[in-house]
Design a protein around this ligand. Structure first.
Ligand SMILES: O=C(O)[C@H](O)COP(=O)(O)O
Length: 237
């Protein structure tokens, strides 16, 4: 048996402004830092001893992991980062205000883009659009994406595509640790974690619409040797 803890990063500066983040590399807000520390305190209270940490290559997830592990007194554990744990790429919605998008395209359409399994958001027509959103954050030329296989750098993703790019890393790294009995913490994003939760909990394409993951509230899974869920709980104050 092993424990798997999923932590959605604390509030980002763009979460606070109600903007679509996606792959834009936004920082934690002050509230986000407090949430990340609180996540670590909640884990310390549960006395979970981790063997391995995973996170994405986006700053808000990495800093959340570090604040949480520091609070839990476990900043020393090995950690690995992968672009495969990044937030879902929100395509041409990145940088737009969520409420303004709902006014423009209607609440229902925006809800479908945000929560459905297989509907794509409007795609970027090229990575040049990223430059307009945030200076030099330009995935095609950012060295953190140098190991993305040719042609796999997204211009926008639905949850299905997000799951398809999370799964190879799950299979190659994370699930091996868990099968070896290691306790693993993953600090990542609302939608990369929804994708992982869908896989773990066998949630249907329809039911995944209703799964929300809150900032900084650890989800703790007990898994059996086949990585089936024995129990799940959410930690919050
Ligand atoms: O990318 C974002 O803006 C958020 O991290 C997740 O946004 P969502 O709740 O609209 O999917």
């Amino acid at each position: 048996m092993s424990k798997l803890v999923l932590i959605r990063h604390g509030q980002s500066e763009w979460n606070a402004l109600n903007l679509f983040n996606g792959w834009i590399d936004t920082k934690l807000s002050d509230k986000g830092v407090a949430q990340a520390k609180e996540a670590g305190q909640l884990l310390a209270a549960e006395d979970i001893q981790f063997d391995q940490a995973y996170t994405s290559v986006l700053t808000r997830a990495i800093t959340t992991l570090h604040y949480a592990l520091e609070e839990a007194g476990q900043l020393f554990i090995p950690e690995a980062k992968s672009w495969r744990l990044n937030e879902r790429h929100y395509g041409a919605l990145q940088g737009q205000n969520k409420a303004e998008a709902a006014e423009k395209w209607g609440d229902e359409q925006v809800h479908i883009w945000r929560r459905s399994y297989d509907v794509l958001p409007p795609l970027l027509d090229s990575y040049d659009k990223e430059v307009e959103v945030q200076g030099n954050t330009y995935p095609a030329f950012d060295r953190r994406y140098a190991d993305v296989p040719e042609g796999e750098l997204p211009l926008g993703e639905n949850l299905k595509i997000t799951l398809e790019r999370v799964l190879p890393f799950w299979e190659s790294d994370i699930s091996k640790d868990l099968k070896a009995g290691k306790n693993v913490v993953i600090a990542a994003h609302g939608n990369s974690l929804r994708a992982l939760a869908k896989h773990l909990e066998h949630i249907s394409d329809d039911d995944i619409l209703n799964l929300e993951i809150a900032n900084g509230q650890p989800l703790v899974y007990d898994l059996d040797d086949n990585l089936e869920v024995i129990s799940k709980k959410t930690l919050s104050k």
